[in-house]
Design a protein around this ligand. Structure first.
Ligand code: TA6
Length: 264
């Protein structure tokens, strides 16, 4: 199922209930800003390749759970009676989640659309009786005309974990330009990062997320990803607001909040 949002002056967004995943964002008078793989089926229980997958309660393979946890594989519930420019989805622990992660939780994702911005707010409520630990991310796939022309600004002087080499480095570049397979976790990252192209830019403003991930699989790895079209890597870049390197410890009854604003 898909929920559609619109703003007063015609911005549009689409959210798949599968994963509460935003799969399209078209600001007013602009083109599509999110990448969605043409070969990714929307109607299976497979994770959707593109848009904004919600990663919870484990990022990547940093833990015993399936890669990137389970939130992106679950059907989230849409809370009814929201306005045309706002939707609230929720996911509670259930038999499938408890089988691999024995904790009670309520995850809420609020998506708010305005003419030039898309706000995504994630809250995790520990509804159980003991503390749990998790990592999380808004694994945003930006649609770009040509990856070689993309400039990512705002990350200079930030330390990053290079997930390919297994090393830690200091970012010296500004802007960051992608010319090969890149998979980095920028730690304690700035809250303002931009994805710039020749004629446009998207500002990413994050709150409550400590890290920023930058990923592009490039040609060889891209070709090995079954649900990514062969030239897909040229038209996407993931810049992800994330909480990975300092996992969140959440006591019983408490709520963790984080958000990401994308603006043109
Ligand atoms: O966020 C970057 C990353 O963790 C990469 O390592 C890469 O594997 C990507 O996510 C996509 O993961 P997926 O499980 O969706 O293929």
């Amino acid at each position: 199922m898909i929920t559609n949002l619109t703003s007063i002056n015609g911005a549009r967004a689409q959210i798949a209930h599968h994963g509460a995943q935003v799969i399209s964002w078209i600001p007013a008078n602009r083109a599509e800003q999110l990448f969605l793989s043409k070969t990714s089926p929307l109607d299976t229980d497979q994770a959707i390749r593109g848009g904004v997958p919600v990663i919870f309660p484990q990022f990547g393979a940093f833990g015993p759970l399936p890669k990137h946890g389970f939130a992106r594989d679950q059907i989230w519930q849409l809370r009814q009676s929201e306005s045309i420019d706002r939707a609230v989805f929720e996911l509670r622990d259930n038999e499938a989640t408890r089988a691999i992660w024995p904790h009670s939780f309520l995850a809420e994702l609020t998506i708010t659309l305005s003419d030039v911005a898309l706000d995504i707010d994630l809250t995790i409520h520990n509804t159980g009786t003991s503390e749990f630990e998790f990592s999380a991310a808004l694994h945003t796939y930006f649609r770009v005309d040509q990856i070689r022309d993309v400039r990512i600004t705002g990350l200079k002087n930030t330390r990053y974990r290079d997930s390919i080499a297994g090393t830690e480095c200091l970012e010296l570049a500004d802007p960051v330009i992608i010319k090969e397979h890149v998979d980095r976790i920028y730690m304690q990252a700035p809250t303002h990062v931009e994805v710039q192209q020749k004629h446009q830019r998207v500002v990413i403003q994050s709150k409550g997320f400590s890290d920023t991930v930058v990923w592009n699989p490039w040609e060889k790895l891209g070709a090995a990803i079954a649900d990514l079209e062969p030239d897909g890597y040229q038209h996407m870049v993931c810049v992800e607001s994330a909480a990975i390197t300092k996992p969140i410890q959440l006591s019983a009854g408490l709520i963790w909040r984080a958000s990401q604003r994308l603006a043109c």
